[in-house]
Design a protein around this ligand. Structure first.
Ligand code: ATP
Ligand code: IP8
Length: 287
């Protein structure tokens, strides 16, 4: 059965899903290097918003791997590797050491700021999709005031090892499990541009309206990204964002640590979109 095959829960669970881009919170080209400044800014934003809204704000954080995990996954061919291959087994274990190291750093930074963060690794409960019991536990944690912090991980599907990206986790949790108020992707760029942001004349796309079929008007060109990225970069993110929006859940993309990111987190959404402080991309269902 495919990733989106079954629906565990159809109802909306009042929460916001925030994806911390690996490219934002790490230096993606430098092996296992955190970007302390950006991570610190994101943590401070979450602290401020939690303080303002207390128990009312239920937040699920999902983060990507950035410069953790992708190098090992690439070196050992973990994406689609065979469980009969000793190299795969070793690479799987090394990839997991790396991604859980990052998860520990994110959870520690949040906890040190007084946010009750709880790290959750998909490897233990996710094959084609998350087990229904694990979604129940996630909801219980949320309802109890914890901030679950899930991460892109290496998982097993049948006799293969697979890389499950943070974006796929966001996609699944949003559409299948939680149906949050909205989804916020925090990136190392301001949003989706019509061409790679570093190219001449690149324009930020502020609004993408998706038809029920998943089609949208704008043409977007992508750069191929880092060589060691095993999960498809910004192109895959746009695909996931469009899929979520197609299911009636708004998606915002903003730069991590920016005023726009804070503005979106402060739940002034959708009002924040008309605010001067907002600079980012919104993907929503047309009509
Ligand atoms: N058209 C585009 N619009 C916006 N960003 C783009 C575009 N084409 C390429 N990019 C690049 O995509 C990068 C972000 O994608 P990437 O997958 O690395 O982010 P991430 O989600 O933070 O990473 P991770 O998968 O590790 O969590 C940016 O650094 C940006 O330069
Ligand atoms: C194990 C890995 C490399 C997880 C990848 O997650 P992503 O960075 O969100 O694509």
């Amino acid at each position: 059965m495919g990733m989106m095959g079954k629906r565990h829960v159809g109802n909306r669970f009042d929460c916001v899903v925030v994806k911390l881009g690996g490219a934002a919170i790490t230096r993606k080209g430098e092996l296992e290097t955190l970007d302390h400044e950006v991570l610190g800014a994101v943590v401070e934003h979450i602290r401020l918003v939690k303080e303002d809204q207390g128990g009312k704000l239920r937040l699920v954080v999902v983060h990507g791997a950035g410069s953790f995990g992708h190098f090992q996954a690439k070196e050992y061919g973990v994406q689609g590797g065979s469980l009969d291959d000793e190299r795969t087994i070793r690479g799987f274990a090394e990839t997991r050491v790396s991604v859980t190291k990052l998860n520990h750093a994110v959870v520690s930074a949040l906890t040190e700021a007084g946010i009750p963060a709880v790290g959750i690794s998909p490897c233990g409960f996710w094959d084609e999709e998350a087990s229904p019991k694990s979604i129940e536990i996630l909801k219980h944690l949320l309802a109890s005031g914890f901030v679950p912090v899930v991460h892109g991980d290496a998982i097993i599907q049948g006799d293969r090892t697979v890389i499950l990206s943070g974006d796929r986790i966001v996609n699944y949790l949003s559409v299948e499990a939680l149906r949050p108020r909205f989804v916020l992707f925090l990136s190392d760029v301001d949003g989706i541009f019509d061409r790679p942001p570093a190219s001449d004349g690149a324009q930020l796309i502020r609004e993408i309206e998706v038809e029920a079929s998943g089609r949208f008007e704008q043409k977007v060109e992508f750069a191929s990204g880092h060589d060691h990225d095993t999960t498809g970069g910004m192109a895959a993110k746009v695909e996931d964002g469009v899929f979520i929006a197609k299911h009636g859940i708004d998606v915002l993309i903003a730069r991590a640590g920016s005023t726009a990111a804070l503005c979106a987190l402060q739940r002034t959404f959708p009002a924040c979109l008309s605010d001067d402080k907002w600079r980012g991309t919104r993907i929503s269902l047309k009509g």
